[in-house]
Design a protein around this ligand. Structure first.
Ligand code: CA
Length: 383
């Protein structure tokens, strides 16, 4: 069986009922580029219904690009959907928070209602993007409570804006430009009421794998009492916009490949031939700074596996010629695996030669330096 390509692992998520509640009323969406946390409330099953109706609506209506206005409108529609569902099912009073993000490259669009939160970890520092719509947040702003007092205040779960009651409700909108290496965190208050910002920051900075990080944050909230449902999504900002655009371009090219495959299929006497052709192709592409060999083609075709990881090489992309470097970004397609291996050994040979040249240059530079210094020493002696 061929190797399957590595799954993209730039995000992770976990939701848990916690230790004291009977039901998990949180809902989440992890469907790049869309990530959503919704924390339902209302009791008697209403909370789960509210958050579920809200996420289903936003999943259907959210934009696929980080456009805050379109995302905001999708949240408004989710609000209407929750109101309608409440009226129909006689569950008036049910509601939900919603923190929704569309992430593309380094651009993040955020629409937010309630006391779930979005944070950005930038250069090791945690910044809260969203402002809570809650009674305690208002009190903190007025200087009547400290954040520490707010976390344990009996009114800490009173929220001042939610989906499901006011048809004119408007979400707060934020447009964020992040940097590669930043981390986005979405969470329900079941995390932030149990784990302080300092600990969250430390865990986000320490645990590299986003899935393990999300799980560890949830476990920490449980270890601290788990008084509420806990939902966490961790998303690594892996690319600049240029990279995201390349990905889009590759996706756009996919349909051309479908057409080509069909054409080759007709001429060659069947789709089998086309698939065979694709399977025998190979390409080199950059992953984590190294050249990696795949069998297949770099393009993506919905529903069809188009490439399989062969191996990661030791060749560093930064050591290649600039022209080879830029071709490596999109995937450098070659005839077959042999050709791919041949190219890699060629790169290895070039790198070795370059290293040997460099060593020779260093050697001659240091020996001429020695010469100069012994000359000047000699000069000193003679004077
Ligand atoms: Ca909650």
């Amino acid at each position: 069986m061929p190797n399957t390509p590595k799954p993209s692992t730039y995000f992770g998520s976990r939701t848990d009922v916690g230790c004291q509640r009977e039901r998990n009323e949180d809902s989440l969406i992890v469907s790049p580029p869309l990530f959503v946390v919704a924390d339902g409330m209302g009791g008697h099953k209403a909370g789960d219904v509210a958050s579920e109706v809200a996420v289903n609506t936003i999943a259907a209506l959210a934009p696929t690009i980080p456009d805050v206005d379109l995302l905001g409108r999708a949240v408004e529609s989710a609000n209407h959907a929750v109101i309608t569902a409440a009226q129909k099912s006689d569950r008036e009073g049910m509601g939900t928070t919603m923190t929704a993000c569309v992430v593309q490259g380094d651009k993040i669009a955020v629409a937010h209602v309630g006391d779930s939160r979005a944070y950005l970890l930038h250069a090791g520092k945690l910044q809260q993007i969203t402002r809570d719509h809650s009674w305690v947040a208002d009190m903190i702003e007025q200087g009547q409570l400290t954040p520490e007092e707010a976390r344990v205040h009996p009114n800490r779960s009173v929220i001042t804006r939610a989906l499901g009651s006011d048809p004119y409700m408007q979400p707060d909108l934020y447009e964020v430009t992040a940097s590669e290496g930043d981390r986005l965190l979405l969470c329900s208050d079941g995390l932030t009421s149990m784990v302080d910002d300092g600990s969250i920051q430390a865990m986000l900075a320490r645990i590299r794998d986003p899935q393990r990080c999300a799980a560890a944050l949830v476990n920490e909230a449980i270890a601290n009492g788990g008084a509420d449902n806990i939902t966490v999504i961790v998303i690594d900002i892996v690319g600049t916009n240029a990279k995201a655009e390349r990905r889009e371009r590759r996706r756009g090219r996919a349909w051309m490949v479908v057409l080509l495959l069909a054409l080759v299929g007709i001429i060659g006497g069947g789709v089998f031939a086309a698939y065979n052709w694709m399977q025998n192709s190979a390409y080199l592409v950059e992953e984590n700074g190294k050249v990696v060999i795949y069998r297949g083609i770099p393009d993506e075709i919905p529903g069809i596996e188009t490439h399989w990881l062969v191996r990661e090489t030791e060749v560093e992309v930064k050591d290649l010629q600039p022209s080879a470097q830029s071709r490596m970004a999109d995937g450098l397609v070659v005839d077959n695996l042999d050709a791919a291996e041949h190219l890699v050994s060629e790169y290895e040979r070039q790198a070795k030669e370059e290293a040997a040249d460099q060593m020779a240059r260093n050697k001659s530079a240091s020996s001429s330096a020695k010469e100069t210094s012994s000359k000047s020493e000699g000069g000193k002696k003679s004077s």
